[in-house]
Design a protein around this ligand. Structure first.
Ligand code: MN
Length: 733
């Protein structure tokens, strides 16, 4: 189908009627009138009216035996892109189906490619297919491109080259994929002329004489093979082809060959009914012409990895030409067509995902269905397919195409752009609208990640991220942070322990001492040692033994026993050494002690209870234990805090609920220390792996002091609650 001067709508209708005699052409007439009006006085660079282009495209589509609505769409295909027309208007006039196809074509026209590499990316081709959501859109796009290529001579040289490169990179491979080999070849050869004009000129010269010769040679070879097959009663189809100019050129470049070294310019295919027939046909070919040594490949006995089966042989003609034969059964032919991905791989040097196989074979079958149109209804039902159900294609704001597994989210996108972007991602702008991190990306979305410096990945992200790339980055970020936190925590734990027993850290906790200890524990670096202390994999006790000289360690061990003694002291009221700071009405001579069940502190309402064994025990008035005491009023004694008593510290129990973070203990103890309170003892009990419960005995001056301290603890990141307990904290040694 060559472009002719003055195409008419009648040409299209006539061509359509040849395969669909009853076709309703009403919509074609309407579309013609609509598009003519829209394009108005627009003129192509060829000097022809703009309408000649959509009409030629429609005419090309009649060679695919496309139904009327596809031809209608072809007539309208540039209206939204190049005129004031909107998709809504198209829908109002021509219905949803046509409008959808025009919209798809407009979307494809908007894809921009920043670089040659990007265009060549497999993703772009897939994106175009996926964006179409409808195989008819792809076919219209290919016809559009074919006509533009056929009329490229009217454009400026730079545009010619750019459009041709795009055709080679994107559209020829798509045609190949869809199995429309003649279209691929024509697109390639037309582009070749503009992309490599010098090489094209040389090859044209080389093949000029050769071409006519080749055609008659193919005819002759096919005739002789058929005669031979007939004689041997082998049922087979024989066909021949010459290699396209661009295919010859790429082979010469890729394999560094001269033109006369390209042996497969002529290719003959023999398709038999049976395997035995294949070998029989091979015998006939070899009896007719001399096979070239080393060129016979038996992929029937030894199939290729991708299941491809065929006999390949190259024979020498009497004229000295070499001709390649492929012999296979019809069954093998189907398999070879099904193994399209392998074909793609071989021809394009790319590596497509294995899943492509099925969908592409399917596409091919659709095209074939469309060609025959015996079953046009079924064809139309099947054209709207998700070509890549496992993948989704989106744009960066720079119109770069990125592919993701279905179900991917802005987190996957952000990590695909850059790890830094991923780590700080809080959401995304999708088609200029703000979405959350768990938004599911859709084909054609324009996505931009929103980042905030303080954002950090957390474990919940692993539930949202679909790509292994994003997941591994999230895990590594969390691990790195945990390790850093563990190092910090290890350091804090060691320092706190040394300080607790008055060993100045600057003296004992030095770099050389630490490095020495790291070696002793088999840690490569002192950071690893601190990390392991932080993760509590190395007991503090053993580490301090390494860090401190023997004498100091001994005294630390001794000091450790002291808190226990003080507990003992508190428990044995008979030997009180210091005033508890309480006045009682009963008199000053009484042995007074503070209850260890509720730990009263100045500011609490208190009451004394006379116990025969323990003397007078001071409880909080709200103490549950006190309420449970036998209701013997004689035993209750009024008590008040001494107003100008000697300052001392009182024990109070508190309970802290927090998220489970490695450094949370350190943060809580720092907060308490800042309030000038001490931790006397602590019991940590994780409730689950997400949160923990911490019971602390702290030393404070009075109730306001305790309140101030509780407020400070509540402010620690990760702390959910901090309350005073009216109960005894189990004291562990
Ligand atoms: Mn166009």
């Amino acid at each position: 189908m060559r472009p002719r001067k003055g195409i008419h709508l009648e040409d299209i209708i006539e061509s359509l009627r040849r395969y669909e005699p009853e076709a309703d052409v009403e919509c074609l007439l309407k579309a013609y009138a609509f598009a003519s009006k829209a394009h108005g006085g627009q003129v192509r660079l060829s000097g022809q009216a703009y309408m000649s282009h959509p009409m030629e495209v429609a005419l090309i589509l009649t060679t695919f035996k496309m139904p009327p609505e596809v031809l209608t769409t072809a007539l309208l295909h540039d209206t939204v892109e190049d005129t004031e027309t909107t998709v809504t208007e198209i829908e109002a006039n021509f219905g949803k189906e046509v409008a959808h196809m025009v919209e798809g074509l407009t979307k494809i026209a908007k894809i921009k490619f920043r670089s040659r590499e990007e265009r060549q990316a497999e993703n772009v081709r897939k994106m175009i297919l996926a964006l179409s959501e409808d195989i008819r859109i792809v076919v219209i796009k290919l016809a559009d491109r074919l006509h533009n290529m056929r009329t490229l001579e009217y454009l400026m040289p730079e545009r010619q080259k750019a459009i041709s490169e795009e055709t080679l990179d994107i559209y020829a491979p798509i045609a190949n994929r869809l199995g429309i080999f003649w279209l691929r070849r024509e697109l390639e050869d037309l582009s070749f002329k503009y992309v490599h004009p010098v090489e094209y000129g040389k090859l044209i010269k080389l093949t000029k004489e050769y071409k006519e010769e080749a055609e008659s040679l193919i005819h002759l070879i096919c005739k002789r093979v058929k005669e031979g097959l007939l004689k041997e009663r082998i049922a087979a189809e024989v066909s021949g082809r010459t290699k396209g100019l661009y295919a010859i050129y790429t082979k010469m470049v890729d394999q560094n060959l001269d033109f006369d070294q390209i042996y497969d310019i002529i290719g003959i295919r023999v398709m038999t009914k049976s395997v035995v027939g294949c070998y029989g046909a091979l015998g006939i070919v070899h009896s007719l012409w001399k096979p070239i040594h080393g060129k016979l490949k038996d992929y029937i006995a030894l199939p290729k990895e991708n299941m491809y089966q065929s006999l390949h042989t190259t024979v020498l003609m009497n004229t000295g030409q070499r001709v390649e034969f492929q012999l296979r059964t019809q069954q093998m032919h189907i398999v070879s067509e099904e193994g399209f991905a392998a074909h793609w791989h071989y021809k394009e040097g790319g590596s497509p995902p294995v899943d492509d196989n099925k969908s592409l074979f399917w596409v091919r079958r659709l095209i074939d269905l469309g060609k025959d149109l015996d079953n046009s209804e079924e064809f139309l039902e099947n054209v709207k397919v998700d070509l890549f159900p496992d993948e989704v294609y989106v744009f960066t704001p720079q119109q770069e195409v990125k592919a993701f597994p279905r179900g991917a989210t802005p987190i996957d996108f952000a990590y695909a752009v850059h790890t830094e972007i991923g780590d700080h991602c809080v959401g995304a702008l999708v088609n200029s609208k703000e979405v959350r991190l768990d938004y599911i990306l859709e084909n054609g979305d324009v996505v931009e990640a929103i980042t905030v410096d303080t954002q950090q990945p957390n474990k919940d992200w692993l539930k949202i991220a679909k790509t292994s790339h994003a997941r591994s980055k999230i895990i590594s970020n969390i691990r790195t942070r945990e390790r850093a936190d563990a190092v910090r925590l290890g350091q804090e734990i060691i320092e706190a322990e040394l300080l607790k027993y008055s060993f100045p850290p600057e003296k004992y906790f030095t770099v050389p001492a630490l490095e020495e200890a790291a070696k002793a524990f088999g840690c490569k670096t002192s950071d690893i040692l601190l990390q392991r202390v932080g993760f509590q994999r190395i007991p503090l006790h053993s580490l301090l033994q390494r860090l401190l000289p023997a004498k100091e360690f001994k005294s630390l061990e001794a000091a450790k026993k002291r808190p226990l003694k003080s507990i003992m002291r508190r428990l044995s009221w008979r030997r009180p050494k210091e005033s508890v700071g309480v006045r009682v009405s009963a008199g000053d001579n009484m042995l007074i002690n503070l209850a260890i069940c509720c730990n009263p502190i100045p500011g609490d309402g208190i009451a004394g209870y006379a116990s025969g064994e323990k003397g007078l025990v001071i409880h909080c008035r709200s103490c549950p234990t006190l309420k449970d005491m036998e209701p013997n009023l004689e035993k209750f004694v009024d008590a008040q805090w001494e107003e100008n008593g000697k300052k001392r510290l009182y024990h109070a129990s508190i309970m802290v609920h927090s998220r489970n973070r490695p450094w949370i203990l350190a943060n809580i103890s720092t907060a308490i220390a800042h309030c000038k309170a001490n931790i006397y003892d602590a019991v940590v009990s994780p409730t689950d792996n997400r949160s923990g419960r911490l019971k602390l005995t702290v030393e404070v001056e009075n109730l306001p002091h305790l309140k101030k301290m509780l407020d400070a603890v509540k402010k620690v990141d990760g702390v959910k609650s901090a309350v005073r307990l009216m109960e005894k904290v189990t004291v562990k040694e």
